[in-house]
Design a protein around this ligand. Structure first.
Ligand SMILES: Cc1cc2nc3c(=O)[nH]c(=O)nc-3n(C[C@H](O)[C@H](O)[C@H](O)COP(=O)(O)OP(=O)(O)OC[C@H]3O[C@@H](n4cnc5c(N)ncnc54)[C@H](O)[C@@H]3O)c2cc1C
Length: 389
């Protein structure tokens, strides 16, 4: 029997790792288990885009949380890098938003974006009617509106995940590359998690298993309306010399990765199938043909990830069962890389009975459209595999 953990985290994506590190920094003994540890699922698949659109007024708590989290990135990333002993740079290289005025969808997206920028009192951008130099000779569009946000940033999310793992390891976090063999047992303030290599006892447990939280919760007698939303991406050779991001019609993005570009992504709700397939290839090829006909569509690499989406598209961050010390942090859908710094800070404060620093009421997991209890049919204890197919 393990001597006991202050916190055990289910899931080693960006949310689980960020929370584990935050907790370990307080001197707590932390364990993380994940049957698919090396995959990192959505967190490894992401583009790493962190864009605030220079927002200063917020129409929703979600938007405010998201923007505040991105603004916390420089300090948080510096802390993760220092703890890992590996520099993870924040690439503050700007973003071009190109809208095709000859296309109805492009005009509608432009109108929506303009309304958003006005509503959020954004200032730090310029607007032109001409393509930026990096697109000249490559882009087929003639009638455009181009916004340039010079302060927008991205992070190489795979580097981030690897640094988080290493920082956690150096902070004493213990990892298990599996899931418990039986249902969790709870008694006298402790949760017992039985692994093939031996049991763990935990004072608190945090579920941060992304889309798979659904099945994990099912095994605890909780119905969690999580919708996996598949995103397919590819990497193509870089055709320009800039480090800026580009968004076309708010539908296709290109994010630099060294001498290549990450291009994506599909939005396919309700599928558990993993891997790059014909739908991803067709979507990206058609978008590239449309906006950048001369550019190579030969992928250097192609992949997919499952984004965890809730019914109301708001994350679940709060107590699953306060008496047992079980909490949840998932459902960040398309924004989990961006939201990790503030989510980790808030969740760990919550676990310690402190004020989270942001009102988490809108993200409370038992809200309407959130979690519900199912008759607990002496829960099938064995937790699901990370890759159901
Ligand atoms: C194509 C794509 C592009 C994206 N681009 C961006 C972007 O540019 N910016 C941004 O902010 N966000 C982006 N996102 C969203 C972001 O990646 C997610 O919101 C975020 O990674 C979710 O993190 P997570 O830790 O909750 O889940 P995941 O990263 O999915 O991690 C969940 C972990 O739980 C593990 N697990 C599964 N079953 C169990 C079990 N039974 N027990 C324990 N662990 C288990 C899995 O193996 C996995 O490692 C993108 C996502 C995709 C797919």
């Amino acid at each position: 029997m393990n001597p006991g953990f202050d916190l055990v985290v289910a899931g080693a994506g960006v949310m689980g790792l960020a929370c584990a590190l935050e907790e370990a920094r307080r001197g707590a003994k932390v364990g993380v288990f994940d049957p698919g540890l090396t995959e990192a699922q959505a967190s490894g698949a992401a583009a790493g885009i962190l864009v605030t659109r220079d927002a200063h007024a917020f129409a929703s708590p979600f938007r405010e949380f998201y923007v505040r989290s991105i603004r916390a990135y420089p300090e948080w990333l510096a802390g993760v890098s220092a703890a890992a002993g590996a520099q993870v740079p924040l690439h503050r290289e700007g973003d071009y938003l190109v809208f095709d005025l000859d296309d109805r969808a492009g005009r509608e997206r432009l109108e929506a974006k303009s309304r958003q920028l006005e509503r959020e009192r954004s200032l730090a951008f310029t607007v032109t009617d001409t393509l930026p130099p990096l697109l000249r000779g490559h882009c087929a569009l003639e009638n455009v509106k181009v916004f340039h946000f010079p302060e927008e940033a991205y992070v190489q999310n795979r580097e981030l995940i690897s640094a988080l793992r290493s920082a956690c390891g150096k902070a004493g976090v213990v990892f298990r590359h599996c899931h418990p063999e039986r249902a969790w047992e709870y008694a006298s303030g402790r949760t017992l998690l039985a692994f093939p290599e031996g049991s763990w006892e935990a004072r608190k447990v945090l579920i941060a298993a992304g889309a798979w939280s659904l099945r994990l919760l099912e095994s605890l007698g909780v119905s969690a309306p999580i919708i996996p939303v598949k995103g397919q991406m590819m990497r193509i050779p870089k055709f320009h010399g800039s480090q800026s991001m580009i968004h076309f019609n708010d539908a296709l993005y290109l994010v630099p990765r060294g001498d290549s570009l990450v291009v994506g992504a599909t939005t396919e709700p309700g599928t558990w199938s993993e891997g790059f397939d014909g739908a991803g290839e067709a979507f990206i090829a058609s978008q590239l043909r449309r906006f950048l006909p001369e550019v190579s569509r030969q992928p250097l690499e192609a992949w997919s990830g499952l984004r965890p989406r809730t019914r109301d598209r708001l994350p679940w961050m709060g107590w699953l069962d306060l008496d047992r010390g079980w909490a949840i942090c998932t459902g960040h859908y398309k924004c989990g890389i961006s939201m990790a710094p503030l989510a980790a800070q808030c969740m760990v404060r919550l676990l310690h009975g402190e004020k989270p620093g942001f009102d988490l009421a809108p993200f409370q997991p038992w809200r309407k459209q959130g979690l519900t209890r199912t008759p607990r049919a002496e829960a099938s204890a064995v937790l699901p595999e990370a890759s159901p197919d």
